[in-house]
Structure formats: C-alpha cells, structure tokens
Design a protein around this ligand. Structure first.
Ligand code: TZD
Ligand code: CA
Length: 525
C-alpha cells in the first residue's frame, strides 16, 4: 500500500523539490520521519530566516522550493518574509503541520484554527485538504500553482495524522504531471506593439524584476540596441534586469509619482517590461505621466496589469515576448544614447568610511559576476551608481521592503549558486531581522559574505523623517551593537574594518576563503 507520506515524497522528488527549508515542531515530525537520503533539510533558527533563505534559493534557481513551518506560530513568524516573497513572485510551497484532525476543533495546543486563512492575502492559494487522501493532490496542485506565472507563494496545512494514511487509488499519476503556461502574444498583438515602438520618436524602456527572473536580460539589451532607447530600472528594484555598464542604461528610477513623471518628460512612449507600474514609495502627488506620453506595459501578472493607474498592459510571457519583439521590430535609425558618466571615485576622508568609498572598494575587489543582496536602505542609490552588475541574477532586494530579507536570502542564494560569490550588503538596523541565518551559513558552510554597514542609525528613516517633516521622532538610533560578537555567537568568522586599508584586507581574506565571513565596517551616517 502507498501511504500519503510516500506519495507526497514521490511527487516532491519527481518535481525537483528535494531541498527543504524549515523549522520543525511536533506537528511536523510525522512528515519529516525517515527523511530520504536524496533530500536535504536546511534548518533555520527562526521562521523569518527560514522563508528568507528559501526565497533567495527559489529566486536564484527560478524553481519552486519547499518550506516547512510549525503550525500557526511558525507561520506567524514567517509572515513578514512572506510579504517579500509574494511581491517578488517567488514560487514557495509553504507547508505547515497541523494538529491531528480530531484535536483541531477542541483547539488543542498548536492547532492552527483557521489554517487556510492565516497566510492570506500573501499567498496565491491556500488550502487544508478536507481528508488525508486529498493531501497528495493538494501538494501537486500547490507546486504547479506556485510555479505558474505569475509565480508566487502558496500554503498547505496538513494534519499530522494524515501522513500514515493510505493514499487514494491512482495517486501515482500525480508525480509525473506537468503544467505549462504558453503565454505568447499572437502575431497581431506583436505586430501592433512593434509598430508602436517603430513609430515612436523618443521611446524609453523601463525594465523590472521579472525580466531578470525570466532570464530575458539579453533580449532587453537587444531591444534597447535596436531601438537606440535609454533604459531605466523600475523603482524600488528587487532585481537588476539590465547591465548597469551598458551605454543605454540610465539608472534606478526614483519611487515618487512626480519624480518619475519629471524623468520621463520628452518621451512619447514608455515601454515597461516585467514590473508593476509602478512600485511607488514616498507619496509625491502629481500626474502619473508627462502630458502626451503613452505607456505600455508587458507583465506576467494579472494583478499588476489591472491595478496600474495609467497606461495599457499586455499580459504575456516576458522572455518570449521580448525575444519575439526583437525578431519583428525594425531597427531605429537614431543614434545611440550617450553613455552616462560613471561617478568619480570617492576620496579617502578622515573618520568613518563614506558609503561611496565602501562601494568603490567593493566594486573594485568583488568578482565581476558577484551576486549582491542589498538591505542597506539609505545607500541604495549609491550602490546603483557605483556597483557594476552585468550578469543575470546579480542583485536582490526585498520586494515588499520588509527588512529581514537580505541576510537570510544571501545564504539561500549562495546555496543555490555555489559557482558565484554572494555578498550581502546590510545595514546595522536591517541585519537584526534575520540574524539567525548566520547559524545556517556556519553549520552548512555556505560561504556568503555579510558586509554590515554600521552607521549606528536607521538612516533611511532619518531621511524619511526629513521628507515628512516629522521632527523629534524617538527610536531611530541603534547604538551598542557588536556584529562581530553576534557572528561569533552563531559560529561565523568575523572581521572589523575601521579604515579603507582594513576593509580591503578583510574583503581580500573573505574572498580568498571558502567560508562564510561577516565584516563589520563603520560608516558615516
Ligand atoms: N520593519 C520591517 C520588517 N521592515 C521595515 N521596512 C521597517 C521595519 C522600517 N524600516 C525601513 O523601511 S528602513 C529602516 C527601517 C527600520 C532602517 C534600516 O536601517 P539600516 O540601514 O541600518 O539597515 P540604513 O542605511 O541606516 O537606513
Ligand atoms: Ca544603519
């Protein structure tokens, strides 16, 4: 007889979900018993770190990844990280153990009383199967649901007495199923779009995270080259979808309505690909577009397409559509936009290092294909100006702006991409929200580098307080933190850098080694 447990592991194996990220409890033990040798379990010491690591891993591989959490309490701890995964279209299959079926109604300890509602609205689909025999079907559905565009997290709650039950007849069909979405625009739509691009006198391209996620960076470059158009990164960028060294590249768009409109002034056509229109942040009232500018967006996400306050949207496969456009569009006769000047290298100044100097040193020393995971919030613009990022999958940032992403995600991404070096650039505020992932990096020897920028304050909030004219706000400084001691406590080697010479030496040591290293660098606020 096939048990629910066996059937589910067969499905997970054949669908390629053999790495679990989790933090277990009593409800999960029957699922994890007799853990097969061809699976690996990555333990995280807090559920925010667990989901952050899984988020990085799944984004870097572009594949559904299994997370196992403990009932309501574990799910609750993971919700902030789930907000980021939801916004970055990360295909996470989040499973949570439930009390035995007969003990949910009496609300025994660790019952998840309204399990399927708990993670909403941060998941695409959420379910507690109505009987044990439905568990394999629900798991299969969860995997395909997570992966189908727009991909995203799903949630499955399983009572722990289900695993030993007999599976339904015919369950073996589930393991080998495939679900494909072939979302190419038809020839009419493509020709119309190509025509609009060809007749525009001054088009501009704005690329977003789903270009990088669908590995369409090369197609975006080809289209920009053919149409000789400037290219911006969509605001609040969670990924880098265009080589920052390309002459067409203009930088990261600001995140206010009026500022974006100002920068798009003079363009008759704005083509947005793979981004929400737009992920605004600070409220800056104004018109959404300059007068006379037309906007068309290509997105894989029906929510993004329908909630945009302006412009036309086409819901389609990002990579396929960009490649097809490159095939059909007639090249423009315009000359290429002039490359923007790189900022001059920052001078050495007395006292704590300036962030500019830190990023110059990092850019100089890091391998050209390094992967940056950013959560140093007040220095994001400096990062975009100074780090060269050219390959697909070179940059990650919390898509919902929820802190606690970068440190765990750096661990997950490094696990997924052992051939490239991952460098987390993390503020002394942000580092505290997912610090437990240091332990996972140490125990599994995942050699990510954690560069902690210690300016003693929530710098971005100080900036925001200025924008909002909110004076005398309490709770904006974080003095007295010792990240080297924290790293040692979790088993990670740590170095302190208080000068550029020390930073250069520390980075050299970290890059030459093959172990996780935390570098605490004191920076100017
Ligand atoms: N809590 C969570 C989970 N997410 C948040 N985004 C915040 C609080 C609010 N927040 C920001 O949006 S930025 C920031 C906070 C507290 C300051 C981060 O400080 P840092 O970086 O030291 O990491 P900077 O460069 O000093 O800003
Ligand atoms: Ca800080």
């Amino acid at each position: 007889m096939t048990t629910v447990h066996q059937a589910c592991y067969d499905i997970l194996r054949s669908q390629g979900l053999t790495t679990f990220f989790g933090n277990p409890g009593s409800n999960e033990l029957p699922f994890l018993r007799d853990f097969p040798e061809d699976f690996q379990y990555i333990l995280g010491l807090h559920e925010g770190a667990v989901v952050g690591m899984a988020d990085g891993f799944a984004q870097a591989l572009g594949k559904p990844t299994l997370v196992n959490l403990h009932s309501a309490a574990g799910t609750g701890n993971a919700m902030g990280a789930l907000a980021n995964a939801w916004n970055s279209h990360t295909p996470l299959v989040v499973t949570a153990g439930q009390q035995v079926r007969s003990m949910v109604g009496v609300e025994a300890l660790l019952a998840n009383v309204d399990a399927a509602s708990l993670p909403r609205p941060l998941v695409k689909w959420s379910c507690e199967p109505s009987c044990a025999q439905e568990v394999p079907l629900a798991l299969s559905r969860a995997i395909h649901m997570a992966a189908a565009p727009a991909s995203g997290p799903v949630y499955l709650s399983v009572p722990y007495d289900d695993w030993k039950q007999q599976a339904a007849p015919g369950v073996e069909h589930l393991a080998s199923r495939s679900v494909e979405v072939a979302g190419m625009p038809g020839p009419d739509v493509l020709r119309r779009l190509a025509g609009v691009l060809e007749t525009a006198s001054n088009p501009v391209l704005i690329v977003g995270p789903d270009v990088d996620a669908s590995n369409a960076n090369g197609a975006a470059v080809a289209l920009a080259d053919m149409l000789a158009m400037p290219v911006w990164m969509a605001p609040s960028a969670p990924r880098c979808s265009f080589p920052t060294t390309h002459p067409c590249f203009r930088g990261l768009l600001p995140a206010g309505i009026a500022s974006i409109s100002r920068l798009l002034e003079g363009h008759d056509l704005v083509l947005v690909v793979g981004a929400p229109v737009f992920r605004y942040h600070q409220y800056e009232p104004g018109d959404f577009l300059p007068k006379g500018t037309r906007l068309i967006s290509i997105t894989c996400d029906i929510n993004e397409a329908t909630r945009a306050p302006m412009g036309d949207a086409i819901i389609a496969d990002i990579s396929g559509t960009l490649c097809a456009l490159v095939e059909v569009v007639r090249p423009a006769s315009r000359s290429m936009p002039a490359a923007r000047a790189r900022p001059t290298l920052a001078d050495e100044e007395p006292g704590p290092l300036t962030p500019e100097r830190v990023f110059d040193i990092l850019d100089e020393m890091a391998p050209r294909n390094a992967i940056y995971v950013n959560e140093s919030t007040s220095t994001t613009n400096i990062l975009w100006q100074r780090l060269r990022m050219t390959e697909q999958g070179s940059y990650y940032f919390a898509a919902a702006g929820g802190l606690g992403f970068a440190l765990p995600a750096a661990v997950g991404i490094q696990l997924a991409k052992p051939e490239r070096r991952v460098i987390g650039v993390i503020g002394d505020g942000s580092a505290n929200y997912g610090i437990q992932a240091l332990w996972t990096a140490a125990q599994y020897n995942i050699p990510a580098i954690f560069l902690i920028l210690k300016n003693g304050t929530y710098g971005a909030l100080r900036w925001f307080a200025g924008v909002l004219e909110a004076n005398n706000v309490p709770g904006l400084d974080v003095p007295g933190l010792d990240f080297c001691a924290l790293a040692h406590g979790y088993g990670v080697e740590a170095l302190r850098a208080d000068s550029s010479t020390a930073l250069i030496a520390s980075l050299r040591q970290a890059l030459d080694g093959n172990r996780p290293v935390l570098i605490e660098v004191e920076t100017r606020a």
